[in-house]
Write a protein that binds this ligand. Structure first.
Ligand code: PPS
Length: 205
């Protein structure tokens, strides 16, 4: 599949790729996918993402994690946590995921991505057939109890405005491909489920 070409100015032209995608897929042992992890802060998105990366690399599948916290250090350092900034954060992340998929990598993203509309835009940018939506559904109470960075405590004290789950919304996916509750299942089990989905639907002989 090739990318929509609609939204450039009229003086900008699209240069079609030369390499046949099937050859690229054979080189990498898989068709490209973007595993889009969504869930509250502290739900376990990053932990699952990096664990899945290890699992894939062990089987020699080239992959890469795009993590919200990390992208906000560089590419997205100009963005905060208003609804508009989060949308732009997700849009850029999806564009990067798309490029990495085009290059042949399996991409694993770990962004709260709290709004359905933003995730739907991400799905269109990445391409629906490559987009695997995974809800890391760990309950707010448990995320808050874990509070690995102390952010919930600060948010409760009013020190962090627009904190997801406390003073900003989180819209759970309506029909995610997978739902992982890290309060109910082990990290290894949750990671394995995503790996098996990829093996079944994206790995090639
Ligand atoms: S979003 O909503 O998708 O744009 O967020 P993301 O890029 O994933 O960044 C989330 C991490 O930023 C920290 N943080 C906040 N999260 C939510 N709301 C507010 N106001 C906020 N301020 C800082 C927090 O550490 C998130 O990390 P994770 O890994 O999700 O816990």
């Amino acid at each position: 599949p090739s990318r929509r070409r609609g939204d450039a100015p009229s003086n900008i032209y699209w240069h079609p790729a030369q390499a046949k995608q099937e050859i690229r897929h054979a080189c990498f042992g898989a068709r490209p996918a973007t595993v889009w992890l969504t869930g509250l802060s502290g739900a376990g998105k990053s932990t699952i993402a990096y664990e899945l990366e290890q699992l894939l690399l062990r089987e020699r599948h080239p992959c890469y994690v795009l993590d919200g916290d990390n992208l906000r250090h560089h590419l997205n350092r100009d963005l905060g946590f208003s609804a508009a900034d989060r949308s732009e954060n997700i849009r850029r992340a999806a564009e990067v995921a798309h490029l990495m998929n085009e290059a042949g990598l399996i991409v694993i993203t770990a962004f709260i991505s709290p709004l359905r509309q933003d995730r739907d835009i991400a799905r269109e940018i990445v391409l629906p057939e490559r987009f695997v939506e995974v809800h890391v559904s760990t309950a707010l109470a448990l995320c808050e109890e874990r509070d690995p960075k102390g952010l919930y405590a600060r948010a409760r004290q009013g020190q962090i405005p627009e904190f997801t789950g406390i003073s900003a919304p989180y819209e759970a996916p309506l029909s995610p491909t997978l739902t992982l509750d890290t309060g109910a299942a082990s990290l290894a089990h949750s990671t394995r489920r995503v790996y098996q989905h990829l093996a079944r639907h994206f790995f090639v002989e």
